[in-house]
Design a protein around this ligand. Sequence first.
Ligand SMILES: [Zn+2]
Length: 493
Amino acid sequence: MFHKMSCSKLVLPFLFVSLLASANLSAQMPVSPETRTNVARIIGDVMVNGKAYKYDRQLADSVGPRLTGSENYVHAVAWAQEQFRSLNLASVHTEPFTLPSTWEPETPAVGRITAPRTQELHIYSLGWSPSTPASGVKGEVVYLDHLTVEAVDAQKDKLTGKIVLVDKQSEGSDPAIGQLFKAIDSLKAASPKAVFFVGGADGTEVGNAFTFDGTLLKFPAAEIGLEDAGLIRRLLEHGPVSVEFSFKNRTRSNVKVDNVVAEIPGSELPNEVVIVAGHLDSWHPGTGAQDNGTGVSTVLDVARAIKAAGRAPRRTMRFLLIGGEEQGILGSTAYARSHQNQMSSIDCVLVSDTGAQRARGWYVMGRDDEKQALANVEPLLAGLGSGDTTPSVEFLFETDHVSFDLLGVPTLVLWNDIDKYFKLHHKASDTFDSVNQADLNQGVATTAATAYAIADSAQPFAPHATPAQVEEMLRSKRQWDDYQYFKGIGVFP
Ligand SMILES: [Zn+2]
């Protein structure tokens, strides 16, 4: 679907014409008085009768953490289908994809510095790391000061057979994701005995994996507390540092994982679809209340509120709860691949995955035409404080919308404040305590109003981008090289 053009002279005039055409088509999607009346009803219903807070509490507290493919993930799939069925949604079903490997910690990790003196480490297995040998891993630590392909290749001999410590400073300031992953590939090729990455402050764990396709790493990888890493680095200034550690993980190969789907059929254009989506999986240290319990609760409560409004929008609304997001956007990639010949019927995909602090509006992810298209929707959201868009592409490759973006489908990602979110992201503190009901409802109301206005509009939301336009957008936002890297390792449709 991506055609890398070899002659820009041929491409550019075509692009120029088609962008003009799309500007005409997309300018200001209309919102009818009837749509506006229903949007008002839906926003009021979310604020008065909204159940997102209740959904989030059930998912986080009663189902708990939901590593993709785990037993809890299976419970979450059953719970989500039950909610959709109790709302009387149509075609509630699951669509499976295959995860190369599941991963769950079986025993807590233990580890210590053994020389020049002994000290216990705050240590955790990295996600999708194999178990250590039963006797543990013992050896000297080498600090990698530059996580770049050149630096790793230059000191390959010093890294082979050693326990390599990589911290935030190793990554440098503002590294390109693709470059980092290439450097990690070089590190893997250097055959270290093990790798230490750095977790959170106060010796805490941060759920993470260093494969991008749901496969296991080839060697044990652990996280040590931020302060432990600082101590090791200071000790290394005076001489060799040795450590020992062990942990056991439970893994299973080629596991079927379900995405959950439900619909409200369109009243006039049932074959055109607006998707509201969020990922159902989470990391294990907390209960995934914000990442992404609030997104799941948003999808469910948008479905509830639009159903309760009593008048289905013109287009079909499809609600999609996705697995494998945290291991590399795997569930939405699988969904987009298996529905690739239907992409032209998808009018827009709206995603919630940045927690539930106050919503400002929408990320348009490089699509300036979407900002224009929202001009008549923004006044509906102004009273909620969310009638704005941001041109930022900071999170372009970081959640499920991107599987659709890359196929040219217009997408919107809910734009929330994220200062508190990133303090609890993937950590033990991501629990229901951190969720604020008023802020959550404001994001749900924003999502429900926007999704309904788009699904009920007399015109499509925004044009689908051609492969050349997608490439142009990625290049103009300096995201093309990262995309090429991910594409090269088989990630994304
Ligand atoms: Zn997430």
